[in-house]
Design a protein around this ligand. Sequence first.
Ligand SMILES: NC(=O)c1ccc[n+]([C@@H]2O[C@H](COP(=O)([O-])OP(=O)(O)OC[C@H]3O[C@@H](n4cnc5c(N)ncnc54)[C@H](OP(=O)(O)O)[C@@H]3O)[C@@H](O)[C@H]2O)c1
Length: 324
Amino acid sequence: MNDVPFGATGVDVSELCLGTMMFGDRCDQAESDRILALALERGVTFIDTAAMYVNGGTEEILGHILKGRRDKLFVATKVHKGVDGASIRASIDESLQRMRLDYVDLYMIHWPKPGMNPPEIMAALADVVQAGKARFVGCCNYPAWLFAHHNAIAAANGWPTLVCNQIPYSPIERGVEVEILPQALAEKIAITCYRPLVFGILAGKYQPGADIPTDSRGARDERIPRWLAKYGGGIARFNQFAADRGLHPAQLAVAWLRKSPAVTCPIVGVSSARQLEASFKAFDVDLTDGEYAEVTAMFDTAVKEEAAGAFPGLRRELNLIASD
Ligand SMILES: NC(=O)c1ccc[n+]([C@@H]2O[C@H](COP(=O)([O-])OP(=O)(O)OC[C@H]3O[C@@H](n4cnc5c(N)ncnc54)[C@H](OP(=O)(O)O)[C@@H]3O)[C@@H](O)[C@H]2O)c1
């Protein structure tokens, strides 16, 4: 497993970030333990969780299975529910208690919320770091302007700045290419990508037009049949492209993400150790520029400006600013 620099923190993490959202949901504690053991055995050092997963249940499972393994891991979790100062301060204590940890490596705001107060948020996150409860702070699902706004406030007050933005990214969800990814490269922001397989749609798990397997997330998430209907043609081409190269579709989806210079880590979310095992090979697959363009073109998902069909002002240009 490759290690990669985690943004500008000076810390390296494994390129595979293990997503734990299914721990306590689609896999029980014993299977979660097997997944974590396999991840560690294969050099994974980065795990992602959140207070809201299974309403705290995922963190509780981690509290059991992290025992004796904590020092090998960079652990990230997220603020539960409210983003006011009191909620942020209370939420970290609850997360640490559930996970039986003294600190996390990364503490993130989970979602921006209407009416949020950035100075209050950054002051509370600074308190969390000051108290030794988190080494770094970050966020998820922030537009670029909001990220910059929070960090300007932090810098003006001498508080820790956000080091990471966790966002959804895949050939089917490409909104982040406009502004968020160029900002990340220019500012050395770590980008961790969730939903790389689009809930399993890009894992060959669902066939367009066929019944949704009852033992899958598709059986309970209305987005899955909707997106299958919308992107069926692209999904069939994607699965064929993977098969032609001897790849599992899940490996192709992760390899596609890894090609972007702005992506720090794909977050690999699994509900079994078998699925995790199938993911590792993706980290040895380097798509050529031609293959990358071909896969990207399978889905008509690039964000477009209505009139000219492309954004003006180079808003998705990754080479606009010269790199060091
Ligand atoms: N910050 C945020 O707002 C946010 C939001 C969502 C997720 N996340 C994080 O990102 C992680 C990943 O998100 P996600 O679970 O939605 O990701 P995903 O990659 O879109 O979907 C993962 C699902 O794909 C299926 N899968 C995975 N590997 C497979 C394989 N080899 N073969 C067949 N199917 C396979 C499994 O579905 P089945 O369980 O149906 O088998 C698995 O639950 C989460 O664990 C969490 O840590 C963050």
